[in-house]
Design a protein around this ligand. Sequence first.
Ligand code: FAD
Length: 498
Amino acid sequence: MVAQKTVCIIGAGISGLVAAKVFKQHGHKITVVERAADIGGVWEPSRSYPDVQTQSPKDLYRYTSKAMPASYPEWPKGPQVHQYLTEFARDHDLGPYLRLNSKVVAMRRQPADRPGWTLDIQTGDGPATSEEFDFVAVCTGQFSDKNVVDHPGAQDFTAAGGAIMHSSDYTDPATLKGKRVIVLGGSKSATDIAVNAVKVGAASVTNVMREPLWRIPYFLGGLINFKRIVYARAQEEMFGGWGQTRRARFGHAIAKPFVWANWRALESLLKTQLKLKKCGMVPSTPIETVINCALPIATPDYHPMAADGRIHIVLGTIARYDGRTVVLSTGERLDTDIVVQATGWKLGVPFLPEDYRAKLVEPDGQYRLYRLVANPDLPDMGFVGFNSSFATVLCAEMAANWLVRYADSQLARQPTAAEMRDNIEMMLRWKRDERPAASVYGGLCVAPFHFKHLDELLEDIGATTRKRSPLVEKFSPPDADAFGRYLASAPDYRASGE
Ligand SMILES: Cc1cc2nc3c(=O)[nH]c(=O)nc-3n(C[C@H](O)[C@H](O)[C@H](O)COP(=O)(O)OP(=O)(O)OC[C@H]3O[C@@H](n4cnc5c(N)ncnc54)[C@H](O)[C@@H]3O)c2cc1C
């Protein structure tokens, strides 16, 4: 018999919501602590920039139990994703378990004779109160703490009437109208905001980035939805994944010239389609070495605007501010009203005690997480959504289903602490030595190995159905409905109270 646990779920984004659903369904007493005033995480309206939309197509950005509405476009807008998540929370009656405006500020391990953790939770501006939980699911994502860059002279710039804001604080399009704008960064949010700035009538728009990146258009060659190519098992198999057998390595060696030609063909297509030469934005790295969670989708209109000068591209960074002038590392000086820093987020679990953080994160920033979900040296806790990908919702749902069974010792392949440590070491070696691209975001990215990762989770869970027909399986993207069937084929159980 599995005993009921009190479970604290930290964060109410995509991962926290599905963790709440899964732990509740398995009979546990859940509390969801969310520091924002609303659910949704990165899709919460007060931190979404105008025109934000998904990079993943809608059938690859959904839970297994709930399709996005047919009326939604292929790539839903931010408010639509937020509405979808609100309905998901309602469907599963998560409202009574949600504690909004509440932040976990610290946590401590219970004394040695008791399992679980004590969490210090601060609601609003009040003092933090302590609560005990048997288990903690950390669902705080990789985009929770803003990475704000401080350049020399920034204070003089703002004192002279200039403004500097993080991309997540740009929520009102009127802010940029008629203004001379610099967008710092090369990520998808940077290019989205640069295009949006042009559209809302900024006086000038400059996008400053260190180097051009490969970007995948929503439609390759203007015709084929990128999901048909980028997510397929056949494409995934072109990369050397972890733990390859000798036979698989031999197969890769034989196929190398064909695989190489495939990537060069893709690069040529992208150069032509996005007019990268005309934009002065041809990346110098081979595309296959940068396919990971940091590979952005091309914002529609960005390259045409870069090619005709509506967006002025500068390859470099901000060196300093000189009054209202921004001095770039190229020496260029730009009189500027607003700098939008699309400089991303800081990865971390700041509320975890220092000694446990040291067990979780290597000195080089790589996370020690078995299956990207749990660490044997951090008992009674796990992580949902730390296995980010191009299909994060599905990965988070699978991680939640894995984690509840791990917590209850109900995995069909329940690993020992030694097995977990060995596997973590093997994965670290693979990331460091064989595929450095897999080290981005602290090694917390499974793309492009979606199937390989999900296969492992399903096998651990004990799903007896794990594949569709061979041809469909090989050449089509992950299918959320099929994953729902796989989960249903796993042994089920329900924890019971005293
Ligand atoms: C603009 C944008 C577009 C994206 N598009 C895609 C896409 O198309 N496809 C894709 O796969 N991924 C996409 N992503 C990645 C995205 O992060 C994931 O898809 C997903 O939303 C992550 O959900 P999450 O719940 O894990 O984390 P988050 O959404 O970041 O949620 C974490 C939550 O934890 C809360 N929290 C943090 N710390 C604490 C604390 N101490 N106490 C209490 N609460 C706390 C935060 O307030 C937040 O609500 C996008 C990201 C961004 C920023």
